[in-house]
Design a binder for this molecule. Structure first.
Ligand code: B1M
Length: 222
């Protein structure tokens, strides 16, 4: 792997956004994901190469550490910030179709539920894994999920719920989406959920953390 991609991966994992960012303190004054991504493009590296071998490597590393409780929410948020800064340089290539995402992930917090911190982390880690993320926000009705699936053929759906009272809306969403667009894969997550509940409502997978959602997407598209 090109040395610049290794540096880029390290900046994503450590949450080093740009040269003027004081975080993390031991990298103060050094170039961050912003400058390194631009440099990699100027050096002639392909956007897909930069995404797969730089950004994704860094986000995967932080995602796995988060799963093992070796880092915490703010660390993931800083990594996502660095990722976003780098993605600004790559986005035009993806928008034009010159570079391609691995797939599309439609994600949202289910109807009646306003909790979005966990859902946002999932969205960030999945985007960091090289997928286009369509984030529908919070309090998303089954019909809105279905519209997004129809608008993004082949997308995998991610449902988040934090309330025992809104978990039931996951079942409605799974049923509607799978009935209208057979073959659509749905993964569910959120603090009150279990694998048993996911099985009961006909979801394809359950993950207790963002990395598990990304691993499921990777396995489903392999
Ligand atoms: Co609320 N809330 N809340 N709340 N809130 C809980 C969830 C609660 C457990 C607190 C408690 O009573 N101890 C409780 C639920 C009880 C239950 O249902 N059994 C509760 C309640 C009751 C309520 C209200 C009803 C309170 C009221 O108004 N009376 C109300 C409901 C509003 C609504 O949604 N309609 C309410 C409101 C709120 C705030 C708005 C104040 C705020 C939300 C702000 C926001 O999200 N923007 C809030 C908060 C912050 C919490 C707690 C304190 C923290 C939740 C959180 O963000 N955790 C929570 C208590 C607690 O957990 N200690 C609580 C951090 C986050 C990173 O974790 O979301 O679990 P989490 O996400 C994890 C995993 O679950 C997983 O990955 C994430 C990272 O590891 N994950 C997925 C999540 N989604 C996934 C999807 C996947 C895969 C993995 O694939 C698709």
């Amino acid at each position: 792997m090109a040395e610049i991609l290794e540096q880029l991966a390290m900046c994503i994992e450590r949450g080093k956004v740009n040269a003027s960012s004081p975080y993390p303190p031991d990298l103060k004054g050094q170039e961050g994901a912003d400058e390194l991504c631009k440099k990699a493009l100027d050096d002639g590296l392909a956007p897909n190469d930069i995404l797969a071998n730089g950004l994704v490597v860094g986000m995967n590393a932080i995602g796995r550490k988060f799963s093992k409780n070796e880092v915490f929410v703010p660390d993931v948020l800083m990594a996502a910030k660095a990722m976003t800064a780098a993605m600004e340089h790559l986005r035009p290539f993806f928008d034009s179709g010159e570079a391609t995402f691995k797939g599309t992930f439609v994600v949202g917090t289910v109807q009646g539920d306003l909790h979005d911190i966990g859902k946002n982390l999932v969205a960030m880690v999945v985007e960091g894994g090289g997928y286009k993320v369509v984030d529908l926000g919070v309090d998303v009705s089954p019909e809105k999920f279905l519209d997004a699936v129809k608008g993004n053929p082949g997308a995998t759906v991610g449902l988040s719920a934090l309330l025992t009272t809104t978990m039931v809306n996951m079942e409605k969403t799974v049923s509607l989406v799978k009935e209208a667009v057979p073959g659509t894969k749905v993964i569910v997550g959120g603090a009150p959920l279990t694998q048993e509940f996911a099985d009961k409502i006909g979801a394809d997978a359950y993950s207790p953390d963002p990395q598990g959602a990304l691993d499921f997407l990777a396995a489903a598209s392999a």
